[in-house]
Design a protein around this ligand. Sequence first.
Ligand code: NAD
Length: 516
Amino acid sequence: MTFPVRDSAPAIELAENPAPRTLPNYINGRWVPAQASAHIDVTNPANGQVLARVPLSGSADLESAVAAASAALPDWRGRAVGERTEFIFALREQFRCRIDELAESITREGGKVLSDARAEITRSIEVLEVACASPMTMQGYVLEGVARGINTETFRQPVGVCAAIVPFNFPAMVPMWFLPFAIVCGNTFILKPSEQVPLTSELICHILEEIGLPRGVVNLVHGAHDVVNAILDSPGIHAVSFVGSVNTAKYIYRRAAEKGKRVQALGGAKNYMVVMPDAAVDKTVSNILGSAFGNAGQRCMAGSILVTVGAARAAIMPRLKQEAQKLVAGDGTDPKSSLGPVISPQSCERIHQAIETGLREGADLLVDGRRPQNVPSGGNFVGPTILDNVKPAMRAARDEIFGPVLSVMHVNSLDEAIALVNSDLRGNGTSIFTEDGAAVREYSRRVEVGMVGVNIGVAASPAYFPFSGWKDSFFGDLHVHGRDAVEFFTRKKTVTSRYFSSGTSGRFFTEQGDKH
Ligand code: NAD
């Protein structure tokens, strides 16, 4: 099979847009205007420039996508698994060749620095590569002779039409957590991108069109709450994947499950980083900074609370302050920027309020990022901020701030640190910094958290392992990527068989049986 490949001009015009266009949906292989008339602006968070208008699609738009995905299903699931996998190979190749174009799109609409955006594409490529293993990973199992002359085999079939509802902070990677696995397993797919960053999803659909993915296999429907509700209620959708904040995740899980759908809903986080007295200071500090302030703190795996244990406080804190003050907020396209803007003026305002609340409740301002210098005008910038001496009851310890704000707490023992971590309602990721294997073992065993890093600031699982938190950070059973992805996007069917006419089977087993 050959795929037409384009490696020159971008599929969509993202740059200097005098009259922002209204984005079309991508349904049944065609770019069609949404039937809904309402729209909202998509802006560049670094300068407030309007990049496009995103339509707030409703149930009529969604049902067109469901009809397309349902119609495409019989042919798509009937194709050989190797043929479906070839499209994932082609998509992977396009991601590799067009990494700059994809990264620029992410930075333009999402704000993160280009190096983070490129890393996001690298992560997406990793997921695509794992999905390419589907001829192996989709295999079932068989047992010969469950009774005389009878075999039983379990194989996997697609679930049907699957949908994903995704957040703003990883415009390419989070859609790629689901899309490749869903379609390679023989499902058809509907993507509802974040209304704040819809352009990268549009670019990905252009790429799918270019590699010749059959019509209706992947559909893109823009919008916000209305189209999400339509997804949750549509009888034509069989599985829903969601990533976003805790309250939305709970809502999605409840409503979709009530409608009998398979659901995986990943929620928000408050991730603790615990530093033991023997931690390697330089490396620990640089990991803490990368975790807390990378992507301007807008990562579900961002370390947002630092807990020093005993003498770690004196060892770490002066260095942490010194290094944090060197970080520079600025436009994500500027190589001198350590962190870009946050996603919206509303986020910026919320983060400022969280800092003020922290101070009012008694925290100390160790590093003040409230007024970053020399940032572009019109952008949503907050500099790295460290609140010290935060107490468990303070909002700075409880709320997911989702910005470049690190709250610091101090305890005297590993037991106290573990109790703090486990007191949180969420349990997405956590890190411990130490060279002490016994402490690591104790910590990893006892924390009620889905992903644990040892001397790693962002312990996001590689694509060949499951990714997800526990408690309020996750609602469902099967996690994202790894083996769980194939489990989520397939249903197991078990066939038990014998053949009276074959002659061989009955006699073979009789003879075998006679021997014993
Ligand atoms: P969000 O919950 O506001 O939005 C996520 C998606 O849900 C969007 O597509 C949005 O249109 C839709 N949505 C939002 N509110 C809705 C409602 N009331 N009804 C129906 N649909 C609704 O999240 P966000 O601000 O885009 O993303 C940031 C959040 O996502 C943070 O809490 C972050 O921790 C979380 N997140 C979690 C993970 C994870 O793996 N656990 C990964 C990335 C982001």
